[in-house]
Design a protein around this ligand. Structure first.
Ligand SMILES: Cc1cc2nc3c(=O)[nH]c(=O)nc-3n(C[C@H](O)[C@H](O)[C@H](O)COP(=O)(O)O)c2cc1C
Ligand SMILES: O=C(O)C(=O)c1ccccc1
Length: 377
């Protein structure tokens, strides 16, 4: 997308044409609209968080608490360029689609609709190990647009290597290793309903075509033997280096100590994230962890961020606190539920448009100009 595409007027005219009223441009309000169309199981899996939801609320509250200080008369460019390069990937703005599994819960086309929408806007798509469509299907739908791959490090090393090989062969350029979900968090909405998508066979598409799954009687039981991996340690990272020749990013870093360890282990990047509050209820807000981590390691590796990004202003705040780019999670699934591919495109275009306008009105021509001084306090 060119910056000119989201110049007010021109941009809004394009966006409003044919748009269903549920697809509001108030991105923070999308959740309520999506709640009305999601099935009870999908709603229970996607929207709530771990435990009492206190970390998920803290994520949003941390964004609410930080305030932008708009600056005037700074000669902001009329045609702004938000594009950037992150770990060798060009993107129209510092925004990626977060890895999310089981997207067919939100819409029958699931990941295929999302990757097509991401490709249409040019926003990188991160393919989840727990996707309902496999590497090959997602790559065929996404074409040449940028894609990264998110690994759930399985207990079975042959399966791990087969994932890395297929990810490379299907054009994924960066490996994102998720560390905070070696077990699923305590999620009352799912527990009370007795529902998990995997037990119904959804979200194991990548596994089904892996070698050790050939001929097994019960793939779900086989999956259950290799997904939980709480024994994972820093010593397991060199194995990934041996089998992946591109950048490696660790997702789920929440402490400066772990951020330093990531740098010492030669990682290329981290995602400061608490998994949208879906794992450790009671964990600190991801945005509150960000500035200390960026300060400690920002010059040694690429610091990315997710958890609680809902609006363009939120993107500004995360960038100001040291993130090079942000990943957006649930809002993408809300767009998917409300309008399939068009719904996801809507969400991404709105997010980029609102980011652009918020930046400009705050006195900045490009995301790289932001720093802690852009925020109050
Ligand atoms: C339904 C759903 C499925 C998810 N699946 C994965 C996954 O497979 N791998 C992963 O690393 N993170 C997964 N996540 C976490 C996201 O990547 C991201 O960290 C989180 O959604 C960010 O918070 P937000 O939803 O507040 O934007 C999932 C999140 C949701 C809502
Ligand atoms: O639900 C999640 O947050 C998640 O990360 C996940 C884990 C395993 C399979 C699918 C999604």
């Amino acid at each position: 997308m060119n910056a000119g595409d989201h110049q007010l007027g021109i941009y809004l005219a394009g966006m409003l044409e044919g748009r269903t009223p549920e697809l509001t441009t108030d991105l923070a309000a999308l959740e309520n609209a999506a709640r009305k169309v999601l099935s009870p199981e999908a709603l229970g899996y996607i929207v709530p968080s771990a435990g009492s939801g206190s970390t998920a609320r803290a994520n949003l509250e941390a964004f609410e608490r930080r305030r932008i200080v708009p600056r005037m008369l700074r000669g902001v460019e009329r045609q702004r360029d938000l594009s950037c390069e992150v770990l060798g990937t060009r993107m129209p703005a510092p925004v990626l689609v977060a890895p999310m599994g089981v997207q067919t819960l939100a819409h029958e086309e699931g990941e295929l609709a999302t990757v097509r929408a991401a490709a249409a806007v040019g926003v990188p798509y991160v393919h989840s190990t727990a996707a309902a469509h496999d590497f090959e299907q997602v790559a065929a739908a996404g074409g040449d647009a940028p894609r990264w791959y998110q690994l759930y490090y399985p207990t079975d090393r042959d399966v791990c290597v087969s994932f890395l090989r297929r990810a490379r062969a299907t054009g994924h350029s960066v490996l994102v290793v998720t560390l905070d979900t070696t077990l699923l968090g305590w999620r009352p909405a799912d527990l009370d309903r007795g529902y998990l998508p995997f037990l119904a066979g959804t979200g194991i598409a990548n596994y089904l075509s892996a070698p050790s799954f050939a001929g097994v009687d019960n793939p779900v039981t086989h999956w259950a033997g290799m997904f939980p991996n709480p024994g994972l340690s820093w010593d397991d990272l060199p194995f990934l280096r041996d089998h992946w020749d591109g950048p490696i990013v660790l997702k789920g870093i929440m402490s400066t100590e772990d951020a330093r360890l990531a740098a010492e282990h030669g990682m290329d990047g981290i995602v400061v994230s608490n998994h949208g509050g879906r794992q450790v209820d009671g964990a600190l807000a991801a945005l509150d962890a960000l500035p200390g981590i960026a300060e400690a390691v920002g010059d040694r590796l690429t610091v990315l961020f997710d958890s609680g990004v809902r609006t363009g202003a939120d993107v500004v705040k995360a960038l100001a606190l040291g993130a090079k780019a942000v990943l957006v999670g649930r809002p993408v699934l809300y767009g998917l539920a409300l309008g399939g591919q068009a719904g996801v495109e809507h969400v991404l275009r709105c997010l980029l448009g609102e980011l652009d306008i918020t930046l400009a009105l705050s006195g900045y021509s490009a995301p790289g100009e932001l720093g802690p001084g852009a925020l109050a306090g």
